[in-house]
Design a protein around this ligand. Sequence first.
Ligand code: CO8
Length: 258
Amino acid sequence: MQHENIIVETQGKVGVIRLNRPKALNALNDQLMDELGSALLSFDADENIGCIVITGSEKAFAAGADISAMAGYSYMDVYKGQYITRNWETIRQVRKPVIAAVSGYALGGGCELAMMCDFIIAADTAKFGQPEVKLGTMPGAGGTQRLPRAVSKAKAMDMCLTARIMDAEEAERAGLVSRIVPADKLIDEAISAANTIASMSLPVVMMIKDSINRAYESALADGVQYERRLFHSTFATEDQKEGMNAFLEKRLPNFRHL
Ligand code: CO8
Protein backbone atom coordinates (compact mmCIF):
# COMPACT_ATOMS: atom_id res chain seq x y z
CA MET A 1 0.00 0.00 0.00
CA GLN A 2 1.22 3.51 -0.85
CA HIS A 3 1.67 5.65 2.25
CA GLU A 4 0.76 9.32 2.13
CA ASN A 5 0.01 9.90 5.81
CA ILE A 6 2.59 7.76 7.56
CA ILE A 7 6.31 7.11 7.21
CA VAL A 8 7.35 3.50 7.63
CA GLU A 9 10.90 2.34 8.24
CA THR A 10 12.79 -0.43 9.95
CA GLN A 11 15.66 -0.04 12.38
CA GLY A 12 17.19 -3.47 12.86
CA LYS A 13 14.41 -5.68 14.17
CA VAL A 14 12.16 -2.74 15.03
CA GLY A 15 9.39 -1.50 12.75
CA VAL A 16 8.83 2.24 13.12
CA ILE A 17 5.61 3.93 11.97
CA ARG A 18 5.55 7.71 12.10
CA LEU A 19 2.16 9.42 11.75
CA ASN A 20 2.73 12.18 9.25
CA ARG A 21 -0.04 14.72 8.58
CA PRO A 22 1.81 17.70 10.02
CA LYS A 23 -0.65 20.33 8.77
CA ALA A 24 -3.46 18.70 10.72
CA LEU A 25 -1.39 17.71 13.77
CA ASN A 26 -1.66 14.09 12.64
CA ALA A 27 -5.45 14.08 12.85
CA LEU A 28 -6.55 10.52 12.22
CA ASN A 29 -8.64 10.25 9.08
CA ASP A 30 -9.80 7.06 7.39
CA GLN A 31 -6.93 7.04 4.94
CA LEU A 32 -4.31 7.40 7.67
CA MET A 33 -5.96 4.66 9.73
CA ASP A 34 -6.05 2.35 6.68
CA GLU A 35 -2.36 2.98 6.08
CA LEU A 36 -1.54 2.47 9.76
CA GLY A 37 -3.50 -0.79 9.87
CA SER A 38 -1.81 -2.10 6.76
CA ALA A 39 1.69 -1.16 8.04
CA LEU A 40 1.00 -2.79 11.41
CA LEU A 41 -0.21 -6.04 9.85
CA SER A 42 2.71 -6.15 7.49
CA PHE A 43 5.24 -5.71 10.34
CA ASP A 44 3.34 -8.32 12.35
CA ALA A 45 3.76 -10.79 9.49
CA ASP A 46 7.42 -9.92 8.90
CA GLU A 47 9.74 -12.52 10.45
CA ASN A 48 12.54 -9.97 10.71
CA ILE A 49 10.56 -7.67 13.01
CA GLY A 50 10.31 -8.27 16.75
CA CYS A 51 8.65 -5.08 17.99
CA ILE A 52 6.84 -2.05 16.56
CA VAL A 53 6.98 1.64 17.54
CA ILE A 54 4.26 4.14 16.61
CA THR A 55 5.19 7.78 16.94
CA GLY A 56 4.16 11.21 15.68
CA SER A 57 5.84 14.58 15.44
CA GLU A 58 7.40 16.70 18.15
CA LYS A 59 4.22 18.79 18.40
CA ALA A 60 1.63 16.02 18.15
CA PHE A 61 1.39 12.27 18.42
CA ALA A 62 -2.14 12.84 17.09
CA ALA A 63 -4.66 15.58 17.89
CA GLY A 64 -7.58 13.17 17.54
CA ALA A 65 -9.84 11.85 14.86
CA ASP A 66 -10.16 14.23 11.91
CA ILE A 67 -12.81 16.77 12.89
CA SER A 68 -13.09 18.22 9.39
CA ALA A 69 -13.98 14.76 8.04
CA MET A 70 -16.27 13.83 10.96
CA ALA A 71 -18.21 17.10 10.97
CA GLY A 72 -20.28 16.01 7.96
CA TYR A 73 -20.86 12.36 8.91
CA SER A 74 -24.40 11.17 9.55
CA TYR A 75 -25.41 8.54 12.08
CA MET A 76 -25.72 5.99 9.28
CA ASP A 77 -22.25 6.85 7.91
CA VAL A 78 -20.67 5.95 11.22
CA TYR A 79 -23.08 3.22 12.33
CA LYS A 80 -22.67 1.19 9.14
CA GLY A 81 -18.92 1.34 9.67
CA GLN A 82 -18.15 2.80 6.27
CA TYR A 83 -16.33 5.72 7.88
CA ILE A 84 -14.25 6.25 11.00
CA THR A 85 -15.16 3.06 12.86
CA ARG A 86 -14.11 0.67 10.11
CA ASN A 87 -10.41 0.52 10.76
CA TRP A 88 -9.72 1.51 14.35
CA GLU A 89 -9.46 -2.01 15.75
CA THR A 90 -6.78 -3.34 13.37
CA ILE A 91 -4.10 -2.67 15.98
CA ARG A 92 -5.78 -5.19 18.29
CA GLN A 93 -4.96 -7.97 15.79
CA VAL A 94 -1.24 -7.32 16.16
CA ARG A 95 0.45 -10.03 18.25
CA LYS A 96 3.89 -8.46 18.48
CA PRO A 97 4.40 -5.70 21.05
CA VAL A 98 3.58 -2.16 19.94
CA ILE A 99 5.06 0.84 21.80
CA ALA A 100 3.56 4.33 21.50
CA ALA A 101 6.24 7.04 21.62
CA VAL A 102 4.25 10.17 22.43
CA SER A 103 5.46 13.74 22.12
CA GLY A 104 3.11 16.72 22.27
CA TYR A 105 -0.63 16.28 21.89
CA ALA A 106 -2.29 12.88 22.23
CA LEU A 107 -5.92 13.98 22.28
CA GLY A 108 -9.20 12.20 21.66
CA GLY A 109 -8.58 9.38 19.19
CA GLY A 110 -4.85 10.13 19.52
CA CYS A 111 -4.95 9.31 23.23
CA GLU A 112 -7.09 6.26 22.46
CA LEU A 113 -4.65 5.05 19.81
CA ALA A 114 -1.76 5.46 22.27
CA MET A 115 -3.72 3.48 24.87
CA MET A 116 -4.35 0.68 22.34
CA CYS A 117 -0.58 0.23 22.12
CA ASP A 118 1.01 -2.08 24.68
CA PHE A 119 2.71 0.71 26.55
CA ILE A 120 3.40 4.40 26.20
CA ILE A 121 6.77 6.11 26.49
CA ALA A 122 6.17 9.84 26.83
CA ALA A 123 8.30 12.86 26.06
CA ASP A 124 8.27 15.45 28.84
CA THR A 125 6.16 17.56 26.44
CA ALA A 126 3.37 14.98 26.10
CA LYS A 127 -0.21 16.07 26.75
CA PHE A 128 -3.04 13.56 27.04
CA GLY A 129 -6.74 14.33 26.89
CA GLN A 130 -10.22 13.21 25.83
CA PRO A 131 -11.75 16.55 24.80
CA GLU A 132 -14.58 15.08 22.67
CA VAL A 133 -17.17 16.45 25.08
CA LYS A 134 -16.28 19.94 23.84
CA LEU A 135 -17.28 18.85 20.32
CA GLY A 136 -20.64 17.46 21.39
CA THR A 137 -19.49 13.88 21.14
CA MET A 138 -17.64 11.37 23.28
CA PRO A 139 -14.66 9.02 23.10
CA GLY A 140 -15.42 6.21 20.65
CA ALA A 141 -12.26 4.12 20.47
CA GLY A 142 -11.95 2.94 24.05
CA GLY A 143 -11.32 6.21 25.92
CA THR A 144 -14.08 5.64 28.45
CA GLN A 145 -12.92 2.04 28.91
CA ARG A 146 -9.11 2.03 28.82
CA LEU A 147 -8.58 5.38 30.55
CA PRO A 148 -10.34 4.41 33.83
CA ARG A 149 -8.41 1.13 33.85
CA ALA A 150 -5.15 3.06 33.35
CA VAL A 151 -5.60 6.11 35.56
CA SER A 152 -8.58 5.42 37.88
CA LYS A 153 -12.26 6.24 37.52
CA ALA A 154 -11.85 9.66 39.15
CA LYS A 155 -9.22 10.91 36.73
CA ALA A 156 -10.95 9.37 33.71
CA MET A 157 -14.23 11.05 34.65
CA ASP A 158 -12.43 14.34 35.21
CA MET A 159 -10.65 14.16 31.83
CA CYS A 160 -13.63 12.95 29.76
CA LEU A 161 -16.19 15.25 31.40
CA THR A 162 -14.18 18.46 31.70
CA ALA A 163 -11.76 17.89 28.76
CA ARG A 164 -8.87 18.62 31.13
CA ILE A 165 -5.48 17.83 29.65
CA MET A 166 -2.99 15.75 31.61
CA ASP A 167 0.70 16.50 31.28
CA ALA A 168 3.42 13.87 31.10
CA GLU A 169 4.27 13.95 34.81
CA GLU A 170 0.68 13.47 35.90
CA ALA A 171 0.28 10.74 33.29
CA GLU A 172 3.27 8.88 34.68
CA ARG A 173 2.09 9.31 38.29
CA ALA A 174 -1.33 8.02 37.31
CA GLY A 175 0.05 5.00 35.45
CA LEU A 176 -0.90 5.98 31.91
CA VAL A 177 2.70 6.03 30.70
CA SER A 178 5.55 3.72 31.62
CA ARG A 179 8.35 6.31 31.51
CA ILE A 180 9.09 9.94 30.64
CA VAL A 181 12.15 11.04 28.70
CA PRO A 182 13.38 14.40 27.40
CA ALA A 183 11.65 15.14 24.09
CA ASP A 184 14.85 14.96 22.06
CA LYS A 185 15.57 11.47 23.41
CA LEU A 186 12.07 10.07 22.82
CA ILE A 187 12.52 8.10 19.63
CA ASP A 188 15.93 6.75 20.66
CA GLU A 189 14.53 5.59 23.99
CA ALA A 190 11.51 3.95 22.34
CA ILE A 191 13.65 2.20 19.73
CA SER A 192 16.07 1.07 22.41
CA ALA A 193 13.18 -0.43 24.44
CA ALA A 194 11.85 -2.03 21.27
CA ASN A 195 15.27 -3.48 20.46
CA THR A 196 15.48 -4.95 23.94
CA ILE A 197 12.10 -6.62 23.40
CA ALA A 198 13.10 -7.77 19.90
CA SER A 199 16.20 -9.46 21.35
CA MET A 200 14.00 -11.73 23.50
CA SER A 201 12.24 -14.89 22.34
CA LEU A 202 9.43 -13.72 20.05
CA PRO A 203 6.99 -16.54 20.91
CA VAL A 204 7.53 -15.90 24.63
CA VAL A 205 7.14 -12.13 24.14
CA MET A 206 3.87 -12.78 22.33
CA MET A 207 2.65 -15.01 25.17
CA ILE A 208 3.49 -12.33 27.75
CA LYS A 209 1.58 -9.68 25.75
CA ASP A 210 -1.35 -12.05 25.40
CA SER A 211 -1.33 -12.86 29.11
CA ILE A 212 -1.14 -9.25 30.31
CA ASN A 213 -3.97 -8.30 27.95
CA ARG A 214 -5.99 -11.14 29.45
CA ALA A 215 -5.79 -9.31 32.80
CA TYR A 216 -8.15 -6.73 31.29
CA GLU A 217 -10.67 -9.27 30.08
CA SER A 218 -11.00 -11.78 32.90
CA ALA A 219 -11.49 -12.34 36.61
CA LEU A 220 -8.26 -12.79 38.58
CA ALA A 221 -8.56 -16.57 39.03
CA ASP A 222 -9.25 -17.09 35.30
CA GLY A 223 -6.38 -14.78 34.37
CA VAL A 224 -3.95 -16.57 36.68
CA GLN A 225 -5.05 -19.92 35.23
CA TYR A 226 -4.53 -18.55 31.69
CA GLU A 227 -1.09 -17.30 32.65
CA ARG A 228 -0.21 -20.70 34.17
CA ARG A 229 -1.08 -22.51 30.93
CA LEU A 230 1.01 -20.08 28.88
CA PHE A 231 3.86 -20.42 31.40
CA HIS A 232 3.69 -24.20 30.96
CA SER A 233 3.76 -23.82 27.20
CA THR A 234 7.02 -21.81 27.27
CA PHE A 235 8.62 -25.14 28.25
CA ALA A 236 7.69 -26.41 24.78
CA THR A 237 9.94 -23.78 23.18
CA GLU A 238 13.59 -24.18 22.28
CA ASP A 239 14.10 -20.63 23.50
CA GLN A 240 13.27 -21.61 27.09
CA LYS A 241 16.02 -24.26 26.98
CA GLU A 242 18.42 -21.76 25.42
CA GLY A 243 17.55 -18.99 27.88
CA MET A 244 17.98 -21.14 30.98
CA ASN A 245 21.11 -22.93 29.70
CA ALA A 246 22.67 -19.59 28.76
CA PHE A 247 22.10 -18.35 32.31
CA LEU A 248 23.68 -21.47 33.80
CA GLU A 249 26.61 -21.29 31.37
CA LYS A 250 27.06 -17.58 32.15
CA ARG A 251 26.67 -16.45 28.53
CA LEU A 252 24.16 -14.41 26.56
CA PRO A 253 21.25 -16.38 25.11
CA ASN A 254 20.91 -16.79 21.37
CA PHE A 255 17.16 -16.97 20.88
CA ARG A 256 15.99 -18.54 17.61
CA HIS A 257 12.35 -17.64 18.19
CA LEU A 258 11.37 -21.30 18.20
N1 CO8 B 1 -8.97 17.21 13.28
C1 CO8 B 1 -8.74 17.96 12.19
N2 CO8 B 1 -7.86 18.97 12.15
C2 CO8 B 1 -7.18 19.26 13.28
C3 CO8 B 1 -7.39 18.52 14.46
C4 CO8 B 1 -8.32 17.45 14.43
N3 CO8 B 1 -8.55 16.65 15.49
N4 CO8 B 1 -6.59 19.03 15.42
C5 CO8 B 1 -5.91 20.04 14.86
N5 CO8 B 1 -6.27 20.18 13.55
C6 CO8 B 1 -5.78 21.16 12.59
C7 CO8 B 1 -6.34 22.55 12.88
O1 CO8 B 1 -7.63 22.67 12.34
C8 CO8 B 1 -5.31 23.44 12.19
O2 CO8 B 1 -5.56 23.42 10.82
P1 CO8 B 1 -5.49 24.82 9.99
O3 CO8 B 1 -4.07 25.28 10.13
O4 CO8 B 1 -5.83 24.40 8.60
O5 CO8 B 1 -6.46 25.74 10.64
C9 CO8 B 1 -4.01 22.66 12.42
O6 CO8 B 1 -4.38 21.31 12.73
C10 CO8 B 1 -3.19 23.21 13.59
O7 CO8 B 1 -4.04 23.23 14.71
P2 CO8 B 1 -4.23 24.55 15.63
O8 CO8 B 1 -4.03 25.78 14.82
O9 CO8 B 1 -5.51 24.39 16.37
O10 CO8 B 1 -2.97 24.36 16.59
P3 CO8 B 1 -2.83 24.88 18.09
O11 CO8 B 1 -1.41 24.66 18.46
O12 CO8 B 1 -3.37 26.25 18.23
O13 CO8 B 1 -3.77 23.91 18.97
C11 CO8 B 1 -4.69 21.78 19.66
C12 CO8 B 1 -3.45 22.54 19.09
C13 CO8 B 1 -4.93 22.22 21.11
C14 CO8 B 1 -4.33 20.31 19.63
C15 CO8 B 1 -5.93 22.08 18.79
O14 CO8 B 1 -5.60 21.88 17.42
C16 CO8 B 1 -7.12 21.23 19.11
O15 CO8 B 1 -7.80 21.46 20.09
N6 CO8 B 1 -7.41 20.20 18.26
C17 CO8 B 1 -8.58 19.38 18.39
C18 CO8 B 1 -8.40 18.39 19.51
C19 CO8 B 1 -9.64 17.53 19.65
O16 CO8 B 1 -10.72 18.02 19.94
N7 CO8 B 1 -9.50 16.19 19.49
C20 CO8 B 1 -10.58 15.26 19.58
C21 CO8 B 1 -11.20 15.02 18.25
S1 CO8 B 1 -12.64 13.97 18.33
C22 CO8 B 1 -12.01 12.42 18.43
O17 CO8 B 1 -10.83 12.21 18.43
C23 CO8 B 1 -12.99 11.30 18.51
C24 CO8 B 1 -12.30 9.96 18.38
C25 CO8 B 1 -13.30 8.87 18.16
C26 CO8 B 1 -12.68 7.73 17.40
C27 CO8 B 1 -13.67 6.66 17.17
C28 CO8 B 1 -13.14 5.60 16.24
C29 CO8 B 1 -13.93 4.36 16.26
